[in-house]
Design a protein around this ligand. Structure first.
Ligand SMILES: [Zn+2]
Length: 443
């Protein structure tokens, strides 16, 4: 009898570990193409959202745009019993800080925090940008609709807030519109500093920058593929960490890369029609985005964006030249695709905010042994742990073993030399933390 009960318990448990969370499918369905369309139109219709543009008008310029964004977050909050804390976070950037800051400017971000029920001070962030630009980065008066770059990311963050504010999560979610991106990533710097000053425990940032174009400048049309950019290891790591990596590995296993793998896996599981493409670099060749200031101070952060860019529609004066219509205008944005990428964010925010924290102090051992050994600190709220491993040449965590509610484990028959390993905490409804790459050696 005891054996039967145990067997049933095991089957039940195995089942619960392989199930998906139906709430995430509801979240995908709830993202509205129509609302994204309306919001991108509204943002583009502010004429310009250049960081140095007018702040007094109610119809034109970045002041009008940010007040409208704050109004949207406030309305969403009203709808969920004031579940969002909405505020401006701002920093003065002085004229001459760089060549693109031709006058003193207050760089103002719009922040909305959905407080977690269990971990109010742990945050997963989704960002878009408020500001736009044309050909001359200091031209703050010409029409600069910035429909794809980056009203799409901004509208996506607002829409994710609308959808996810109907739920409660254990960790906090931040939806944010950052400013000053085109002038030198000032809004991201400001918020990253604010996070440090307030001792925010940041899980990571999903920075969305251009999530609405499906027609590449080369004519390729693709509404399935998108890119996830992540740097290999933290930019501010210690010399000791860098030296240890030569002997223990981890060249492609920094915290931002784990976040990229997390998003990749969630999309493969819940949105199999999409084709997430991990790109193993901080950002596009020689170009920048607002996840970088977070990476600079040691927070995990990735860039989510379209796979095929159209350069005639980025940072361009609106004009027709040799039969080509230049400019980042509304009609080029593909909203079914924008909806998909917004849903990519929403399910990852929901999953990460539902999961326990990642295990700390993950030890690994097994030198000259036919088995690999692990130890970690138990996490409050975890029902168990998963050990992941992969071939050293594989980009994704291809193998895993759920090992129950223990704080050490030995994988028999697996030689430590031949794979990379990591450990994740598993929550009660199956949501998993980030994978922690081992950071100490055990005997
Ligand atoms: Zn841009």
């Amino acid at each position: 009898m005891k054996k039967i009960i145990l067997a049933l318990a095991l089957i039940n448990f195995a089942f619960s570990q392989s199930q998906t969370d139906s709430k995430l499918y509801d979240i995908i369905d709830a993202v509205s193409e129509e609302r994204l369309r309306n919001d991108v139109k509204t943002l583009a219709d502010f004429g310009t959202r250049h960081t140095l543009s007018d702040t007094l008008s109610d119809t034109r310029g970045i002041g009008a745009a940010r007040r409208w964004i704050k109004g949207q977050f406030d309305a969403i909050s009203k709808d969920c019993n004031n579940c969002l804390e909405v505020f401006y976070q701002q920093d003065l950037v002085k004229k001459g800080t760089n060549q693109r800051i031709i006058k003193d400017v207050m760089v103002v971000n719009v922040v909305a925090i959905q407080r977690g029920t269990k971990y109010p001070n742990r945050f997963i962030i989704m960002s878009g940008d408020i500001d736009s630009r044309v050909s001359d980065p200091t031209d703050f008066t010409s029409d600069s609709p910035g429909a794809n770059d980056n009203a799409t990311g901004m509208a996506g963050a607002i829409e994710a807030a609308r959808v996810l504010s109907k739920y409660q999560f254990e960790s906090s979610i931040i939806y944010v519109g950052l400013s000053g991106e085109e002038q030198g990533l000032f809004g991201g710097q400001g918020l990253a500093k604010y996070a440090q000053d307030n001792n925010w425990d940041i899980i990571g940032i999903l920075n969305n920058d251009m999530i609405g174009n499906i027609t590449g400048v080369d004519g390729v049309i693709d509404n399935r593929t998108f890119r996830i950019f992540s740097e290999p290891v933290p930019a501010n790591e210690s010399e000791r960490a860098r030296r240890a990596r030569r002997f223990y590995g981890g060249e492609v296993d920094g915290i931002s890369r784990q976040l990229a793998r997390y998003v990749h896996k969630a999309v493969k599981t819940y949105m199999p029609e999409m084709n997430p493409m991990m790109v193993y670099r901080l950002d596009r060749f020689g170009r920048g985005g607002h996840h970088r200031p977070f990476n600079d101070v040691g927070f995990a952060g990735i860039r989510i964006m379209e796979a095929h860019e159209n350069y005639t529609q980025q940072h361009q004066d609106i004009r027709t030249e040799d039969g080509i219509n230049y400019g980042d205008t509304f009609e080029h944005v593909n909203f079914p695709y924008c909806k998909k990428l917004t849903a990519v964010n929403a399910i990852n925010l929901a999953s990460i905010a539902s999961a326990p924290p990642a295990p700390k102090n993950v030890g690994i051992g097994g030198i000259v042994q036919p088995s690999a050994k692990f130890s970690w600190d138990k996490v409050d709220g975890a029902v168990g742990y998963k050990i992941y491993w992969r071939d050293t040449t594989s980009p994704t965590w291809d193998n895993s073993r759920f090992v129950g509610d223990v704080s050490e484990y030995t994988l028999d028959g697996i030689v430590v030399d031949n794979f990379f390993f990591g450990v994740a905490a598993v929550g009660k409804d199956g949501h998993e933390s980030m994978v922690t790459f081992p950071n100490k050696i055990i005997r």
